[in-house]
Design a protein around this ligand. Structure first.
Ligand code: M6R
Length: 609
C-alpha cells in the first residue's frame, strides 16, 4: 500500500516521478505528492485524489527543474485523505522530506515526546514523526546518517522510506523494514520505487533492499549498509517485464487487457515446464528441494484474497492429483493457529505481488516452526519469493488492475503443475489426459474471450441489481467465491459466494425475484446436485445466470441466462469458468460508471497487516 518513487540523476526528476507514480497508483490513490530539490531548496507539492490531479497542479510549475526528488501516492491509514496528510512530510525547519509506506506503531508516544520538545506537527499521520525525529537527533550535532540510524532504532512497525535532505543535494536515502523498496540501477542515474513496475521502461537492473538496510544513493553510486553501519552484499537482479506489458495498449482498462491476456498467461506459465508427450512436469524452481519434497505428508497453503481462492482450488488439486492432505488458511488468520506441525509439513505461499504483509507474516511463522516453505509468486525478486526456501514464478507479467484476474489464471496453472510434480505419478501415463488437456486450455479461453459481447449484454441486464449470489461445487466452489469477490470489488454490488450445498443452510432465505444467482454448473461429477439446487432457486422465482457446458440442453429450461463454455476435465474447469465471471464483473463495473482499475478503498499491494 502507498507507492514510493525516487530519482537522482542527469534528467529532470519531475516527469520521471510522475510516470512512476502513475505506474504505482494501484497501490493507493487517495492523494499524491512530490518533493524536488530545485534551485537550492526543496519544493513540495501535494494534492488530494489521483496522480492526474497532482499532474494538473504541477503543469505550469516551471521552477521544478531539479534532478533529485521523491514522490508518493497514498492509501490512507492514519488521517483522512486530505492535502495536509498527503506525503511528503517534513520537519519544522523544512530541511528533511520523507515519504513512507507502512505503519509506525509507536508514533503516538514519539509525537508526544517531540511536541514536548517544541516540534510543531501539521498532519494526523504516523509518518510525520520521522522527519521531526531526525531533526531532533541532528540537534546533537550528529551527521545525517547517524541521526537517521537513531531514528530507526526508536520507531517500531513496518516501513519503507525515501528521504531527501536540503543540506545535501547529491543523495537520496532509502530505508526499509517489512515494506518493499527496490532500487533501479541506471547509468549516471538511479531510481527508487516501492514496486518494480514503476521502473519498467527505465531500467531492467534492480536491487531489492533488504530489511534493516539503508541505501545512500547518488547518481553514480549506491552505498548500502545495515543498522551497524557495515556494508551489505546486494545482488543486481534483472527484470523480465517490458514496457508493453505495463501499458494499457488499445484497451480502455488494464483489467480488460489483463483478462484478454489469459491464453498467453497460460502458455507462459507452462513454457518449459510441461513435457506433454512424456507426461512429465519439470519445475526448475523446486529442484533444489526435490529430495525434501518427496517426504511431504501435508501441505498448508497460505494466501489472501484472490490468491486464497486459487489456493482453495489447489486444495482439491493436491488431494486428487498428488494425494497429499492439504489445507488452506487465510494468511491473516494463520498466526493465531497453535496447531502442532508434524515433520513433512510444507507451507506454500501464493501471492501475485509477493509483498502481501499477511502472507509474508504467515510464511515467517511457518519458518519459525521449521517447515519447508514454497512460493507461488508472480513478482520476481519480491520479498515472499526471496524468503521462501524455493518456488515457482507465474511469469504472468505485471498485473496492474487492482482486481486480480490474470494472476488467478496463472496461479491455477502453477498449482496444477505443482500437484503433478508432487504426485508419485509424475512421468507416468496416468497424467496423460490432464497434461494434454492443459495444453488445450489457451484456445478454449480464447473462444470465451471471443464472445465477450454476450457478457456485456448480460451485464447491461443485471447492472442495477443490489445483490448477487454465486454458487458452485467442488472445483467450482472457489470460483463462486472469486466471482463474488470480483463483482463486489469493482461494481460495489453486494455479492456472496457459496458452496451450492450450503445454500439450504441459510442463503436460500434471500432468494427472490430481485435476488439473482450466478450458478457455475458445467457438466461434471457434481452437475446433478447443482441442478437440484437450481430447481430450488427457480421454485422461489430467483433469476439464474448460468455458466454451463456447450451442448447442455438441461440447463436451458432452468436458467434465465446462460453463457456456454467449452468442455474440459473437471480439475481444469476453474480455468474456464472464472473467465466469464471476470468479464461479467468488468462490464457491470464499467456500466455502473466506476473506474474498475482503481476501485474505491482498495490497493493492489496490501503491505500493511
Ligand atoms: O498480491 P497478493 O496475491 O498476495 O494479493 C492478495 C490479495 O490482496 C488480492 O488478491 C486482492 O484480494 C485482490 N484485490 C483481488 O482482486
Amino acid at each position: 500500500m502507498c507507492g514510493i518513487v525516487g530519482y537522482i540523476g542527469k534528467e529532470k526528476s519531475l516527469p520521471i516521478l510522475i510516470s512512476g507514480l502513475k505506474a504505482l497508483e494501484y497501490r493507493g490513490y487517495d492523494s499524491a505528492g512530490i518533493a524536488i530539490f530545485s534551485n537550492d531548496k526543496i519544493e513540495i507539492k501535494k494534492s488530494v485524489g489521483q496522480v492526474k490531479i497532482l499532474e494538473k497542479v504541477l503543469k505550469d510549475d516551471i521552477d521544478l527543474v531539479g534532478h533529485l526528488g521523491i514522490g508518493h501516492t497514498r492509501w490512507a491509514t492514519h488521517g483522512i485523505p486530505n492535502e495536509k496528510n498527503a506525503h511528503p512530510h517534513n520537519d519544522c525547519a523544512k530541511r528533511i522530506f520523507v515519504v513512507h509506506n507502512g505503519i509506525i506503531e509507536n508514533y503516538k508516544e514519539i509525537k508526544e515526546y517531540l511536541q514536548n520538545h517544541g516540534h510543531n506537527f501539521l498532519s494526523d499521520t504516523d509518518t510525520e514523526v520521522v522527519p521531526h525525529l531526525i531533526e531532533d537527533f541532528l540537534k546533537d550535532k550528529k551527521d545525517f546518517h547517524t541521526a537517521l540510524l537513531d531514528t530507526l532504532k526508536m520507531i517500531k512497525g513496518a516501513y519503507a522510506f525515501a528521504i531527501i535532505d536540503s543540506k545535501n543535494s547529491d543523495t537520496l536515502y532509502a530505508v526499509k523494514l517489512s515494506s518493499p523498496l527496490v532500487i533501479g540501477v541506471g547509468k549516471h542515474e538511479n531510481f527508487l520505487a516501492s514496486d518494480p513496475s514503476a521502473l519498467v521502461g527505465k531500467t531492467k537492473n534492480v536491487i531489492y533492499l533488504k530489511d534493516g538496510e539503508i541505501a545512500e544513493i547518488t547518481k553514480d553510486n549506491i552505498n548500502i549498509t545495515n543498522l551497524e553501519k557495515q556494508k551489505t552484499h546486494s545482488e543486481i537482479v534483472r527484470l523480465e517485464w517490458d514496457l508493453e506489458q505495463a501499458q494499457k495498449g488499445n484497451y480502455p482498462h488494464f483489467m480488460l487487457k489483463e483478462i484478454f491476456e489469459g491464453p498467453e498467461i497460460v502458455l507462459s506459465a507452462l513454457r518449459g515446464r510441461l513435457k506433454g508427450k512424456e507426461n512429465f512436469v519439470k519445475l526448475g524452481g523446486l529442484e533444489q528441494v526435490a529430495e525434501k519434497l518427496k517426504e511431504t505428508k501435508r501441505l498448508i497453503i497460505l494466501a489472501c484474497g484472490t490468491s486464497y481462492y486459487a489456493g482453495l482450488v489447489g486444495e482439491y488439486l493436491f488431494e486428487e492429483i498428488a494425494k497429499i492432505p492439504t489445507e488452506v488458511h487465510f494468511a491473516s488468520e494463520f498466526r493465531y493457529r497453535e496447531e502442532p506441525f508434524e515433520k513433512g509439513t510444507v507451507a506454500i505461499a501464493i501471492s501475485q505481488s509477493g509483498e502481501t504483509a499477511d502472507t509474508l507474516a504467515a510464511i515467517r511463522k511457518a519458518k519459525e516452526h521449521e517447515l519447508l516453505t514454497l512460493g507461488i509468486v508472480n513478482t520476481v525478486g519480491s520479498t515472499i519469493a526471496r524468503e521462501t526456501d524455493a518456488g515457482v514464478y507465474n511469469h504472468a507479467g505485471p498485473e496492474v488492475g487492482v482486481a486480480s484476474t490474470k494472476a488467478f489464471i496463472s496461479q491455477l496453472i502453477i498449482l496444477t503443475l505443482v500437484a503433478v510434480y508432487l504426485s508419485k505419478s509424475n512421468g507416468h501415463s496416468k497424467n496423460h489426459a490432464l497434461l494434454q488437456e492443459l495444453e488445450k486450455i489457451p484456445k478454449k479461453i480464447k473462444t470465451i474471450l471471443d464472445r465477450s459481447s454476450e457478457l456485456e449484454k448480460l451485464a447491461e441486464k443485471y447492472k442495477n441489481c443490489d445483490n448477487f449470489l454465486f454458487l458452485g461445487r467442488r472445483y467450482n466452489y472457489p470460483v463462486a467465491l472469486e466471482g463474488a469477490l470480483k463483482l463486489k470489488e469493482i461494481s460495489y454490488i453486494h455479492a456472496e459466494g457459496y458452496g451450492a450445498g450450503e445454500m439450504k443452510h441459510g442463503p436460500i432465505a434471500m432468494i427472490s425475484e430481485n435476488f439473482p444467482t450466478a450458478a457455475i454448473v458445467p457438466q461434471n461429477s457434481v452437475s446433478e446436485k447443482m441442478f437440484s439446487n437450481l430447481e430450488e432457486i427457480k421454485a422461489r422465482k430467483g433469476p439464474i445466470f448460468a455458466i454451463a457446458t456447450e451442448g447442455d440442453k438441461r440447463i436451458v429450461s432452468l436458467a434465465n441466462d446462460i453463457f456456454f463454455i467449452p468442455k474440459t476435465i473437471e480439475p481444469l474447469e476453474p480455468l474456464l469458468t472464472v473467465v466469464p465471471l471476470q468479464l461479467f464483473a468488468y462490464y457491470v463495473g464499467t456500466k455502473r460508471g466506476f473506474d474498475v482499475d482503481k476501485p474505491r478503498n482498495l490497493a493492489k499491494s496490501v503491505t500493511v497487516e
